[in-house]
Structures are given as structure tokens and as C-alpha cells.
Design a protein around this ligand. Sequence first.
Ligand SMILES: Nc1ncnc2c1ncn2[C@@H]1O[C@H](COP(=O)(O)O)[C@@H](OP(=O)(O)O)[C@H]1O
Ligand SMILES: [Mg+2]
Ligand SMILES: [Mg+2]
Ligand SMILES: [Mg+2]
Length: 323
Amino acid sequence: MAYEAELQVAMAATLAAAKLCQKVQAEIPKALEKKDRTPVTIADYGSQALICRAIAAAFPNDAIVGEEDAVALRSAEQADTLVHVAQQVRELVPDAGTQDVLNWIDRGNGTVGDRFWTLDPIDGTKGFLRGEQYAIALALVEAGEIKVGVLGCPNLTEDIETGAGTRGLLFLAVRGKGAQLLPFGSQAARPIRVVDPDDAANLRFVESVESAHGDPARQAAIAKAAGIASPSLRIDSQCKYGAVASGQAALYLRLPSPKTPGYRENIWDHAAGAIVVEEAGGRVTDMFGEPLEWHKGAKMLNNQGVVVSNGPIHDAVISALGI
Ligand SMILES: Nc1ncnc2c1ncn2[C@@H]1O[C@H](COP(=O)(O)O)[C@@H](OP(=O)(O)O)[C@H]1O
Ligand SMILES: [Mg+2]
Ligand SMILES: [Mg+2]
Ligand SMILES: [Mg+2]
């Protein structure tokens, strides 16, 4: 199958990173603050190191556009943090040196091009710090189109609302080959599909836990206008794409927050989730109904807001947005 090698490398690397993240989350990590005042932890750095190492080894010519960089970790003030990151990485790569770890993290400072990977080593760091949902998101983009996506959701359960079923889910997709769900520890991935329009129980919408990352009042009004009356399920990270792809929600709305109207979305916050939803039969656009631009830069400067749906309700949502 096309992209089989890429899929296998991405899956193995994401599962290794998930192991590191689960261990660190259980130890209740501290947050450091980045220049943009958002949090980062040793697990974000460790996850990026492990995944970049794996991609660099298998596909040495591929660029990686990752969220994190090692600038702060190279500073004297963060010497202790670097020791902790390296310790976590060595649990999985015993011979990893501290310089190796820094270099692997910085391997994620690539730029977009004809073929590149985009990586969010922990999407939903705020959820991770609360002990709630987060995702490890890795996607391969070629000629402006996402070809492979792997989304690791270590705290997500098969039944998202009740918490029943296996905890720890890997969502996978290869362009044109459908989307699949592989519970952690299982050998058998199963195909997933978006929700049918007549499945009333799952015709709900999902949005961020963080009110400041969206516009909850408008999101509720738009969902209602599109025929979804029940309250939203609030979930951190690209786990929301997993909810739509696995037919447990019909809609994910992410409209610009009135507090940060100029905010533009990062490709790594959406690419892996987007191909999983599209391959499960759904649709992903910006709030104007336009396709998201994956290869113009790390920030999607020409897109605003994100609408993710099962497909049939998409046009009603875009017209309810009325723009
Ligand atoms: N003002 C804002 N509007 C929209 N998204 C924002 C934002 N500030 C931060 N984010 C993004 O929201 C992501 C988390 O998504 P969610 O809100 O769905 O849980 C963060 O990813 P990281 O946690 O990887 O930094 C960050 O990139
Ligand atoms: Mg972040
Ligand atoms: Mg993110
Ligand atoms: Mg992140």
C-alpha cells in the first residue's frame, strides 16, 4: 500500500511518545511558560524528541514542522528541565545523549515544502496539565495535501462520553484508504465512519474546554441553527476530531475568540485530525467554507475558524455562519 512505510513509522513513534506522555502525566508535571505565554512541559519536549528521531532515521530527507524548539532548553536557567527531558527519553532510547535530545527536538524546526511532516508533540497541553485529554498529532503533507495522519489519544476511551471501553486510542488515516481506530495494546485496527444524519443520539457537537480558544456562545448558536439542540461535549485537543471521525459527534466548531480576533490556526493543531475525519467520510473547512491551506506556512494565514463535520450538515453550518 502507498505510504505503508510512513504509516508504520508514524504509528510506532506516536505510540512511543504516548508512553512517555502517560508516564509524565501520572507524575503531575510542572508547566514552563513559553514566550507566547502558553504552557509547555518536559513531555512536550520528550515527545517531539522521540518522534523527530524516528522520522529522521527512516526518512532523512523529510522536513518536520513541529510546534516546539530547544532554544529554552539550551539556556542555563533550564539546565534541570533538560536533565528531566533527557531522563524521560532514555527510558525509551537508553543510549540517547543530552545533545542528541536537543538535536532531535530542533529537527522539528523545518519549513513547509513539497513534502514535509507536521507534528504537535502534545496538543492540548492545558488538558494534559489538568490530567484530562490531549493528543499526539503527526501528519505527512505532500504537494499541499495531507497524505497520512496519526493521532494518539492516550486518555480517550472508546465511548467518549461515558468513559467505557479501552482507554488509549490511535486514529489512523492514509489518503484514499479510509480511517481506522486502533485501541492501544490491540493488534487489530477497525474502520471508523462519521455519524449518520439520522443517528439522533450522536448528533451532538464538540468544542474546546478552553473558552478562550473559541467563541462558545456563537458556537452554541450555530450548532442550534444547524439542528443540534443538545449541549456540547467539551474536550481538549484534536481528540475532538477523533470524536467526529468515530461517529460520536456530528460537528466540531472552533470559531475565533472575540478576545483574540487576529488569531490564526497552526497546521499541527489540525492536520492529523483533518485527514482522519475526511477519510472517515466527513468534511473540514474554515468558517467561510474554504479548504484549510496546509503548505503555505506553519500558520494558516488565509483561514480563520475551523468547521469539522460529518458532511451532510456542513453546508447548513456554513450558511448559519452567514459570512
Ligand atoms: N486564542 C487561541 N485561539 C485558538 N486556539 C488557540 C488559542 N491559543 C492557543 N490555541 C491553540 O489551542 C490548542 C489546543 O486546542 P484545544 O483548545 O482544542 O484543546 C493549543 O495547542 P497546544 O496545546 O499544542 O499548544 C494552541 O495551539
Ligand atoms: Mg503549545
Ligand atoms: Mg496544539
Ligand atoms: Mg502542543
